[in-house]
Design a protein around this ligand. Structure first.
Ligand SMILES: NC(=O)c1ccc[n+]([C@@H]2O[C@H](COP(=O)([O-])OP(=O)(O)OC[C@H]3O[C@@H](n4cnc5c(N)ncnc54)[C@H](OP(=O)(O)O)[C@@H]3O)[C@@H](O)[C@H]2O)c1
Length: 257
């Protein structure tokens, strides 16, 4: 396999679109998610359309040591990874104190722990080769606290901070790390996170535009990539000028149903 991208959460949404973008450029793929039937359909679609090689791994990544298990599975299949895309993730709506703890627990495992573990597993060989790309899917949610999605927003703040920090550590190594920070985007996220009806999700970006922007930013080695000029205006200027208590109130109003 050549120019191999491993994409977690590739069975739908942003991960699937990133897979399509990578395939359209002739790159091979390792697709990871839980729904094996979907992964196999995508494998057939991309192989037929672009003539690329695709490996699929069905794995629940919201488990302790899942990152290490996936890394070992890649080694067992004698594959290598040029591009690591940590995309699998989910959100959830409601008062923190009322939400089912197991959902938030799994969210932290998937959005934070597995992402960090996979990055830790694959980075050393990238650094040794002097080349490699990591694309961590954070969110606009990473820039502010999110009432009614408290844990989700906090997980994305972690992804953003972690990615920026290691991007800086890796300056000059030939390896880049990019935090992709989409705003609301049309995928299965809205249903899984139960955020339909909130003001924040009244306008959603197309998944194709988000994936194209994220992929391009990753190739450029940008540390932070915010798709959409209005979103960039928001995080780069408006949010910085807004007092924190006002930002929290606006965030709450946007997530309320
Ligand atoms: N859509 C948005 O508005 C938005 C905005 C900002 C950031 N994001 C972020 O973008 C990323 C992708 O989300 P999306 O919008 O594309 O949502 P999506 O359509 O629901 O896709 C989520 C992907 O993650 C996989 N996944 C979920 N739980 C998993 C688990 N336990 N183990 C392995 N794979 C798992 C799902 O596959 P299976 O169900 O087959 O396992 C699916 O492929 C997430 O990190 C999300 O937080 C989304």
């Amino acid at each position: 396999m050549k120019n191999v991208a491993l994409i977690t959460g590739a069975s739908s949404g942003i991960g699937l679109e990133l897979a399509r973008v990578h395939a359209s450029r002739g790159g091979d793929l390792i697709l990871v998610a839980r729904r094996l039937d979907r992964l196999n359909e995508i494998k057939d679609e991309l192989h037929e359309k672009f003539g690329i090689e695709v490996e699929v791994v069905d794995m629940d990544l919201a488990r302790d040591n899942a990152g290490k298990e996936l890394f070992e599975e890649i080694k067992r299949r004698e594959l290598h990874v040029d591009i690591l895309v940590n995309n699998a993730g989910f959100g959830g709506h409601g008062y923190f104190y009322e939400r089912e703890w197991s959902r938030d627990h799994d969210m932290i495992l998937l959005n934070i722990l597995t992402l960090t573990e996979l990055t830790r597993m694959f980075l050393p060989e990238m650094v040794e080769r002097g080349s490699g790309r990591i694309l961590n899917v954070a969110s606009m949610a990473g820039f502010i606290p999110g009432p009614f999605q408290a844990v989700y927003y906090a997980t994305k703040a972690y992804v953003l901070s972690f990615s920026e920090a290691i991007a800086s550590e890796l300056d000059g190594s030939g390896v880049t790390v990019t935090a992709l920070c989409p705003g609301p985007t049309r995928t299965e996220f809205e249903e899984v996170a139960n955020v339909a009806g909130s003001k924040a999700f009244m306008i959603q970006a197309s998944v194709e535009s988000v994936a194209r922007y994220g992929y391009k930013s990753m190739l450029k080695g940008r540390a932070v990539a915010v798709p959409g000029s209005a979103n960039r205006l928001l995080v780069n200027y408006l949010l910085r000028m807004t007092p924190k208590n006002v930002a929290r109130r606006v965030s709450k109003m946007l997530m309320e149903k």
